[in-house]
Design a protein around this ligand. Structure first.
Ligand code: NAP
Ligand code: MG
Length: 407
């Protein structure tokens, strides 16, 4: 069979630990035999980030700006323990944070559903997609550990005039301080990405903040969303028969649990970070959650929602067998290949990616799965396979899918 050709390179960002091992296997078994993979490769593994003073991460983000589509493997965000483990020059920032900062994007996360795994929230019938604002807030805050008595103030100095100063706290002992910011431009872009996605997928859109408590910060999010909705999307939403619904974050959490699912839940940065883990776990496994960063000017970065699965990696290093789920990482590749195919008008590439997704779902629905899913499965007796076997089983079904569609 002739390999599918690509015209524009995909920005490929390699990563760390167990997911780095899966990454290699996925390329070798599921992609390279079928697609003449054209990628611009960036090694975001921790060693290389340290070697390049993290320049490699910035270069990768710029390449996504240039080419439009990237696919990223999970990476370690170093903490003090990692600095020691890898002998790092410093505690580098989260690569995802750096990339999001440059692309100024919104992260959309949706679970991959299979028949034999029922969500632990019994009322959920359809997937809930979470849109997370990926700019600002605590992820780019300034923080200070206060160690002695003193006065904390918030100061804004306008370019045009006198500073505005607010008293925060008169400390008489140790404490902590944090200053967050966001920008109207980013909030507006976030709103538009979400409204567009809701329209594209014909789903209701929910948005929530804590505007009753945060009367400037969160209130700004609420007002800007309402303004964009009223001016730019109201009519289209009404025509599509979908709804924009705003409420307080705590009310939203309660309603989500009682809902049937099937909507886009738009969250501020931290809410989205936390809630996407809850939603994915309730739908089955973090390893079954897809994630895409969409920038306001239409650039896409696909990844799995989970991390580098460190615990499995140490087992692997110790020569023990692992059963790590590759599905979300495979879906990162299929998402990216589909988007590349759409943008470049290569229908064959889009169809290949769809067949690879179908092969993953079929493998799982036939009961062949990794350990994380086996315990959740109902109505069938699962066969638990290891990290390599699952990929080979998917390959078998992919070849069937490709042969069957070709005949
Ligand atoms: P994690 O890698 O997501 O793993 C947490 C646990 O979830 C695993 O120990 C495993 O549970 C289960 N799990 C996650 N993915 C799985 C998969 N594909 N198959 C089977 N089980 C899976 O989170 P973490 O251990 O908190 O973080 C590890 C590293 O990843 C950290 O250095 C962190 O900085 C990084 N991280 C990166 C990203 C990213 O690049 N997007 C996101 C999050 C975290 P069991 O051990 O019970 O089997
Ligand atoms: Mg999280």
């Amino acid at each position: 069979m002739e390999k599918i050709r690509m015209t524009t390179p995909l920005v490929e960002m390699d990563g760390d630990e167990m997911t780095r091992i899966l990454w290699e296997l996925i390329k070798e078994e599921l992609l390279a035999p079928f697609v003449d993979l054209k990628t611009e490769y960036y090694d975001l593994g921790l060693a290389r980030r340290d070697e390049t003073d993290d320049q490699i991460t910035v270069d990768a983000a710029k390449a996504i700006e240039k080419y439009g589509v990237g696919v990223k493997c999970a990476t370690i965000t170093p903490n003090a323990q990692r600095v020691e483990e890898y002998g790092l020059k410093k505690m580098w920032r989260s690569p995802n944070g750096t990339i999001r900062g440059i692309l100024d994007g919104t992260v959309l996360r949706a679970p991959i559903l299979i028949d034999c795994i029922k969500p632990s929230v019994r009322t959920w019938e359809k997937p809930i997609t979470i849109a997370r604002h990926a700019y600002g807030d605590i992820y780019s805050a300034q923080e200070l550990r206060v160690t002695e008595p003193g006065k904390a103030q918030l100061v804004f100095t306008p370019r045009s005039g006198a500073p505005i100063t607010l008293d925060i706290q008169d400390f008489d002992g140790p404490g902590v301080l944090q200053a967050n910011y966001n920008k109207d431009d980013s909030i507006l872009a976030f709103a538009r990405v979400c409204f567009n996605y809701a329209l594209e997928t014909k789903q209701d859109m929910w948005f929530a903040t804590k505007d009753t408590i945060s009367k400037q910060y969160d209130q700004t999010f609420k007002l800007l969303f309402q303004e964009v909705y009223d001016k730019e999307y109201k009519e289209a939403f009404e025509q599509a028969g979908i709804e924009y619904f705003y409420t307080l974050i705590d009310d939203a959490v309660a309603r989500v649990i009682r809902s049937k699912g099937g909507f886009l839940w738009v969250c501020k940065n931290y809410d989205g970070d936390v809630m996407s883990d809850m939603v994915s776990t309730a739908f089955g496994s973090l390893a079954m959650m897809t994630s895409v960063l969409v920038s306001p000017n239409g650039k896409y970065e696909y990844e799995a929602a989970h991390g580098t699965v460190t615990r499995h990696y140490y087992k692997h290093l110790a020569g023990e067998e692992t059963s790590t789920n590759p599905v979300a990482t495979i879906f990162a590749w299929t998402g990216a290949l589909k988007k590349r195919g759409e943008l470049d008008g290569i229908g064959e590439l889009v169809r290949f990616a769809e067949r690879l997704e179908a092969a993953c779902i079929r493998t799982l629905e036939e009961g062949i799965m990794t350990k994380d899913l086996a315990g959740l499965c109902e109505g069938i007796t699962p066969t638990v396979v290891n990290s390599t076997q699952i990929i080979l089983e998917i390959r078998k079904r992919l070849e069937e899918e490709l042969a069957c569609r070709a005949c």
